[in-house]
Write a protein that binds this ligand. Structure first.
Ligand SMILES: C[S@@+](CC[C@H](N)C(=O)[O-])C[C@H]1O[C@@H](n2cnc3c(N)ncnc32)[C@H](O)[C@@H]1O
Length: 237
C-alpha cells in the first residue's frame, strides 16, 4: 500500500505514455538501449568449444533479466541485433509493469514475461544474464540488488548507472512528477566505482567500466541532479 502510493514512478503520466510507445517499438531506440545490447552481445551466442565448460561465458539462448525494465523496450534492442535470449523484464512499479505487459500483449508476446517486484526481493528464480539500465541509482544501496542477481546465478551483468569517484546518497524530491505529487522523494544516488568493483571482486566477478557513448564522460543533469553515466560490465571469473 505505502510503496505504491509513494513510488515516484507511479506518478509520471507523460513518462508512462512514452514508456508504452517504447514498449510498442513506435519511437526511436534509446542510445542507452543500443549500447547495452552491444555490450551484452559477446555473452550471447554459440558455445565456444575447447575451454573448460565451467568457465564458458558464451551462452546459448540465455535467460536474461532486464531489471527495472520500464516498458520492456530493451526486448526490441536485442531482437533487432539478432541476439537470441529468453527475455524477462522486472519492475517494481505497477504502472510500468501494466504498460509493458500491455505492449507485449499487443505484439503477441507473453505478458507473463514481465515480472512485478523489486530487484531486492528477487527470490528462487534463475537467470544467466542481467541488464540494469538507469535503475540502481534509485535503490537505497547497490549491494542488495546486486547480491540478489548474483544469487540468481547470473554469469554476466551489464549496468548503466551514476558511477563516480565516491558514493553519494541523495534522497530528494523528483520535482517533475504529476501535479500534486512533487513532494515525493526518491533516491538519486551515485556509486563509487572502486566500491562497486571491490564488491564484485568479492563475489568472484571481474569488472570493466566502459565510457557512455551518449554523454561521453560529461556530467548530465537529470531532474536537476548531476549524473556521471557510465557502463559497468561484470562477468564471473
Ligand atoms: C529510469 S527508469 C529506466 C527504465 C529502463 N531500464 C530504461 O532504460 O529505459 C527506472 C525504472 O526502474 C524501476 N525501478 C526502480 N527501482 C527499482 C527496484 N528496486 N526494483 C525494480 N525496478 C525498479 C522503476 O519503476 C522504473 O521503471
Amino acid at each position: 500500500m505505502k510503496k505504491e502510493a509513494l513510488n515516484i514512478w507511479e506518478h509520471a503520466q507523460g513518462l508512462l505514455e512514452l514508456v508504452y510507445a517504447r514498449g510498442l517499438d513506435q519511437v526511436p531506440e534509446m542510445d542507452a538501449a543500443a549500447q547495452g545490447a552491444e555490450l551484452l552481445a559477446p555473452f550471447i551466442g554459440q558455445p565456444v568449444f575447447g575451454g573448460d565448460p565451467e568457465n564458458q561465458l558464451v551462452l546459448t539462448r540465455p535467460r536474461l533479466l532486464d531489471v527495472g525494465c520500464g516498458g520492456a523496450h530493451f526486448y526490441h534492442s536485442l531482437k533487432k541485433r539478432g541476439l537470441l535470449v529468453d527475455y524477462f523484464g522486472l519492475d517494481s512499479s505497477h504502472k510500468m509493469v501494466g504498460r509493458a505487459r500491455k505492449a507485449f500483449e499487443v505484439l503477441g508476446l507473453d505478458p507473463q514475461r514481465i515480472l512485478l517486484g523489486a530487484v531486492e526481493d528477487l527470490w528462487e528464480r534463475r537467470f544467466e544474464l542481467a541488464v540494469v539500465i538507469n535503475v540502481l541509482t534509485f535503490c537505497p544501496d547497490f549491494r542488495e540488488p546486486l547480491d540478489r542477481l548474483v544469487d540468481a546465478g547470473v554469469k554476466a551483468l551489464v549496468i548503466r548507472d551514476n558511477f563516480g569517484p565516491t558514493t553519494t546518497i541523495r534522497w530528494e524530491p523528483d520535482g517533475y512528477l504529476d501535479e500534486g505529487f512533487n513532494h515525493l522523494k526518491g533516491y538519486w544516488n551515485q556509486w563509487g566505482k572502486d566500491e562497486v568493483s571491490l564488491f564484485f571482486q568479492s563475489r568472484g566477478f571481474r569488472t570493466e567500466f566502459v565510457l557512455d557513448r551518449r554523454t561521453q564522460g560529461q556530467v548530465e543533469m537529470v531532474v536537476d541532479k548531476p549524473y556521471h553515466w557510465s557502463w559497468l560490465v561484470a562477468s564471473r571469473l
